[in-house]
Design a protein. Sequence first.
Lengths: 338, 338
Amino acid sequence: MVVKAHASTLDEVARLAGVSKATASRAINGRSKVSAKAQAAVLDAVRELGYTPNGAARSLVMQRTGSVAVILPESDERVFSDPFFARMLHAVARALRERDLQLVLLLAQPGDESRMLLYLRGRYVDGAIVASHHRDDRLAEHLSDLGLPCVFIGTPWLGADRVSVVDSDNAGAAAQAVRVLVESGRRRIAAIAGPRDMRAGHDRLAGWRQELEAAGLDSSRVAYGDFTEHSGTTACAELLDADGDIDGIFAASDLMALGAMRELEARGLRVPDDVAIVGYDDLGVAERTQPPLTTLRNPIGQMVTEAVRLLTETIDQGGRGAPRHVVFVPELVRRDTV
Amino acid sequence: MVVKAHASTLDEVARLAGVSKATASRAINGRSKVSAKAQAAVLDAVRELGYTPNGAARSLVMQRTGSVAVILPESDERVFSDPFFARMLHAVARALRERDLQLVLLLAQPGDESRMLLYLRGRYVDGAIVASHHRDDRLAEHLSDLGLPCVFIGTPWLGADRVSVVDSDNAGAAAQAVRVLVESGRRRIAAIAGPRDMRAGHDRLAGWRQELEAAGLDSSRVAYGDFTEHSGTTACAELLDADGDIDGIFAASDLMALGAMRELEARGLRVPDDVAIVGYDDLGVAERTQPPLTTLRNPIGQMVTEAVRLLTETIDQGGRGAPRHVVFVPELVRRDTV
DNA sequence: TTGAAAGCGATACCAT
DNA sequence: ATGGTATCGCTTTCAA
């Protein structure tokens, strides 16, 4: 490959191969019939020149960029501390790779989403997946206005009816957790909830409360965390200080469950003998706690696969088509903490 | 704003405003003089149509995309567990924002960097910052071949002379750590090293060894970790099992230092009375250990600022200019573990 | 099968 | 200050 000052153009390739731009283009993209001879000549020229199509030019005429954005409307600390995102991105990357799409990650600082919006309106990507873990700043409305194909993972607080959404049944799963605890004979069941301004936190708490009330049990034992291990420890201490009689805990994340278990251990309380506990997520930590944690498996893989499917479908339809909503049901994973 | 099926073009804006495309473009970009009247008419039309310039078209003629890539040639688990990346991306995002550039994050799965390379060759970005935390797959050579402006944070194993690099003096810093330990009277100093295939891991160990030998001390007490807390615990146990007399430890990351401290505590060894310890990074954990950790501050902020400066400079020069190397010196942060 | 030419949607030069 | 027009690099009719 020759070292060149600037990237080579299709024109140069065509000239070197002794054919027209049209033929060169066809040979490269392989969509149309080209004589074996021309084919070879073009490919040689491409190699010789180290040619790669100019993305801007190609996008301009094709009205396609071949890349989709994943938008994380979160502070970077959150993004880089919650295993949820790692798992999700991993799945997204895989799904997009299969469809030959490039993943472009857009970190939207909570305040300055304007520049990201500008980027999206510039049509630098064909579509977007928004992991709306957080109460977001009208992102759903903005994207909907924009007319850019998009799918939300997790229901946004605002404008959920205007965009496609893939979610899991957080409330139903929490109810399931409560049922397991009740079946094992627990009666004084507390919740370590997630942040109130996050959909998942909100819905899981609601499910816990509803199921508890349906069972005629007290639903006043609540402490809030932020999904981190440390906050789980603090919340658990708070709970125990207020009421030493607690015999069951539902934690809205495995990390918080882990933190809670540390606190229980520090106080000499045994799991599950003295206090049973159910977590949420099953992203790896759950298997490694001592004892292994009973939890709800957040179906991230399924959600992502479906999200990418919906998105590419929408893109292929040229952005037309009504928003669609899909909900997956988390599965209870029985281990040894109940 | 009118809801439209497709994004509007400059042509439509111009027509609605009753001016030519040229004038409309000038009014929008504000580079050239436009009469107040035309200005207003165009801006109104823009608002009315919800117009945003088409990125592809603009890039094509400007030969600029207004976005730069940050490439992380790492598995996503690593990226999302090591606080180094969070801190770095935070700094990059800030620096780019100041220059009105869009950050595009490219996660290069260790195996499949080809599609990312294709993206880069397509000139979808003006330049790239590579956080080469890891032994990378000839990325420096590839990018250099490509002619795309780029800056590496951390010296790549291969082709470092062909690209610009910003790094910190890992070896020198490690030597500093050893000196502090020696000065406090320690003589049997062990190292908890990072992975051998990571530059930072390699260089820090080398610095430790060199300084120890210069002081006429034994440099055989080494255990390897992978920068995580858990690996620090394991490595520390390994070290202690092999030689109970250790009185000083240099850990190549704060996380590993933390893990080591947990192990020391579990064995009833007191820090710093029985064993002194120095970490590396100072990314937050160091302040919160018990007791607070003496460590080397990895100057991530400085490195990133410089990297972005170098990159934009290179971009502005049209990619010409020789590769440049800049090295920062980590600062010793004295706390209570020595 | 191939080539000439018409766009895609912007910017910028050159007159006016 | 403004408008006409060439241009960026590519894909895709339309004829031949």
